[in-house]
Write a protein that binds this ligand. Structure first.
Ligand SMILES: [Zn+2]
Length: 273
């Protein structure tokens, strides 16, 4: 069995064939955690998970790209949803309500994202502070509900690590990891897993994959994004997780099965599946 610990079959990119994609995925013995990026996509992740008796789960949260969106111009992503609903405050009550579903296994994707940023120093400071405040509010909710977190981080690892350390956080995964080996070690020391997906075909983190133990790795697709170049289709989907697993197995010089077995065990341990 394989668990795709970070997918978005709840997104608009799958609006015409989500059920087909899910059924195909489950028939190949792959389970899915669909991750929300705001209230609407969190709600659709929960709705999709509720439709299936087993193998489909949800994570809910507000992505850092949106949490301080008044400071930057963000483009509508048609893959995500048709109408971009502005959501730049975290309404804890609404998410707490969604978390009543037994299928909600985590809070995420949450974190910090400084990739698109405002130009003036003052605005940049306010932008970072707002993201940090909303990140903390969501970490509080995870603590209250006793759920692990799925972290998103771009060009902000030092700040994310500082916040997690200060709060004594220890349950979660740093999704789509592209940081340094030193940063990976800091996350692992705190108890976090390193999430590996198809970005490894674009962005060289071979050293991290070789050095980090399989005990600390989770696998994911982040579909519909980050399609492995060897996949049969342009749109990524959970079954293409095999391409990433194959590359991890090659780099670590272990069997494909070994990577499946260990990373599935890790996912079960973290998300209590
Ligand atoms: Zn994602």
């Amino acid at each position: 069995m394989i668990i795709d610990t970070h997918s978005h079959v709840n997104f608009n990119a799958f609006k015409d064939d989500a059920d087909l994609v899910v059924k195909k995925t489950l028939s190949e013995n792959i389970q899915i955690i669909n991750v929300g990026t705001k209230y609407e996509t969190s709600k659709s992740a929960v709705g999709m998970a509720e439709k299936y008796e087993q193998g489909v789960f949800a994570s809910i949260g507000l992505h850092p790209m949106y949490s301080a969106s008044e400071f930057i111009k963000i483009k509508t992503d048609p893959n995500e949803e048709e109408f971009l609903i502005q959501e730049n405050e975290f309404d804890k009550e609404k998410y707490r309500d969604l978390a009543k579903s037994k299928k909600v296994l985590a809070i995420g994707e949450i974190g910090l994202d400084y990739y698109y940023k405002p130009k003036t120093a003052l605005k940049l400071q306010q932008f970072k502070e707002k993201q940090k405040r909303i990140f903390n509010e969501q970490l509080d909710l995870a603590k209250e509900l006793n759920l692990p977190v799925i972290l998103h981080c771009r060009v902000a690892h030092d700040d994310v690590i500082e916040i997690l350390k200060r709060r004594g956080e220890k349950r979660g995964v740093i999704h789509c990891f592209t940081g340094s080996l030193e940063q990976a070690k800091k996350y692992i020391e705190m108890g976090f897993y390193i999430g590996i997906n198809g970005i490894i075909f674009k962005f060289n983190i071979d050293e991290v994959i070789k050095e980090v133990s399989l005990e600390n790795i989770l696998v994911e697709t982040d579909c519909p994004y980050l399609t492995p170049p060897t996949a049969e289709e342009k749109r990524n989907q959970p079954i293409f997780i095999k391409h990433t697993i194959k590359k991890i197995a090659e780099l670590k010089n272990v069997s494909f099965e070994k990577v499946c077995e260990k990373t599935t065990e890790n996912a079960k341990n973290l998300f209590l599946i």
